[in-house]
Design a protein around this ligand. Structure first.
Ligand SMILES: Nc1ncnc2c1ncn2[C@@H]1O[C@H](COP(=O)(O)OP(=O)(O)OP(=O)(O)O)[C@@H](O)[C@H]1O
Ligand SMILES: [Mg+2]
Length: 346
């Protein structure tokens, strides 16, 4: 007997990572703050650059893109979005910008020529560049990107990344030249996630296929992360369809959440630099490890792989970043001194 074909997901694209809805629930004030910072360029003045930071799934990228879209639609500002995770050098950021601005003949130029061409190309224009994942380029490249682009006239920069450290670690001359408004993105509350899910579900799911209580369940499970919440809803709908059910059930949600959570970890790990990833791998392999032993194993692995280790003073920043990303938990070890014990976050 053939199973009944049910349709729960009427528009899966609405639950995709890249979907940009018209409204951005609970982030209107952040979007307005970004727009207000950029507004001076509409009168030909210098804008206030922005530095967006906060945990994964808190809506930084979505808000930056919303602000860019509004500035383009309402004030005729040209906007370029660059994900520095994909373009982690000054050269590649310039190349991407040139491509987005449809600058012809800039392909083969050196970095300095490219920059000159960009200056000429945008003279008289008002431009906003989003530099997403700005903590990804190595420090030298990050400095070159920020120093040179913040020197462009009538150009506003919206930088985004998970932590503030990448900002505080900048050279003083770059910090003072950039001088951004720092905008914190708190994790979403359970109610905010509930509203976001409801709004997406209205367009993505057939009516009466998901009980309101399940949106609350997903919102609670997602711990403030909109990416996990939306992925969970999408996976749950897929599972319900696969089971030929007419509605999503609690068991679909629980299964879907497990895989969304794994996917999120993979997303976070993919954002790490090689050395962060190596430290994370060692913590995962050991399950539980003291900071001194982790350092020893790290040096040993660098030796055997013939890679240059990070300095010992950077080591603790790197470990803090893993904690900040929610990949690792740290607690003071039950022995004297400043020894910390690391475990993989569940
Ligand atoms: N307020 C919102 N309303 C609707 N969708 C949202 C909202 N906030 C985030 N999302 C969606 O959740 C997902 C994750 O959001 P986003 O990419 O903006 O997070 P992020 O803070 O940039 O995370 P990361 O640090 O991992 O890059 C995206 O699909 C985005 O469209
Ligand atoms: Mg992002």
């Amino acid at each position: 007997m053939q199973s009944k074909k049910t349709e729960i997901l009427i528009d899966p694209d609405v639950l995709s990572e890249s979907h940009l809805s018209n409204d951005i629930h609970s982030r209107e004030s952040h979007v307005n703050e970004i727009i207000n910072c950029m507004r001076p360029i509409t009168n030909g003045d210098k804008p206030v650059n922005c530095w967006l930071y906060g945990k994964s799934g808190a809506g930084k990228t979505a808000s930056a893109i919303h602000a860019l879209r509004k500035l383009t639609e309402e004030a005729g500002v040209r906007g370029v979005y660059v994900n520095c995770w994909e373009y982690p050098t000054f050269f590649s950021v310039l190349e991407r910008t040139a491509m987005k601005l449809r600058m012809l003949g800039a392909e083969k130029l050196s970095t300095s020529f490219k920059l000159e061409r960009l200056k000429r190309h945008i003279s008289g224009e008002r431009l906003v560049i989003v530099l997403d994942e700005i903590d990804k380029p190595p420090p030298k490249e990050r400095h070159a990107i920020l120093y040179n682009l913040s020197g462009l006239s009538k150009t506003g920069l919206i930088c985004a990344c998970n932590s503030q450290h990448a900002y505080f670690d900048l050279e003083d001359r770059i910090k003072s030249r950039l001088n951004p408004a720092r905008i914190h993105f708190q994790e979403y509350t359970q109610n905010e996630l509930f509203e976001i899910l409801l709004q997406r579900a209205r367009h993505a799911l057939a009516t009466d296929t998901c009980d309101e209580g399940l949106f609350h369940t997903i919102a609670a499970l997602a711990s403030g992360d909109a990416r996990i919440a939306i992925h969970t809803l999408k996976n749950a709908a897929f599972l319900a369809e696969k089971d030929a059910q007419d509605v999503i059930t609690n068991s679909h949600v629980m299964k879907a959440w497990n895989s969304a959570n794994d996917l999120n970890k993979t997303h976070m790990v993919s954002k790490l630099t090689d050395h962060h990833r190596l430290l994370y791998e060692l913590i995962s392999k050991n399950n539980r490890i003291l900071s001194g032993e982790l350092w020893r194993q790290y040096i040993e692995t660098c030796d055997s792989r013939k890679i240059r280790p990070i300095a010992v003073r950077t080591y603790s920043d790197y470990c803090n970043k893993l904690v900040e990303f929610g990949l690792v938990q740290a607690k003071r070890a039950a022995i004297q001194g400043k020894v910390r014990e690391f475990t993989v976050a569940q």
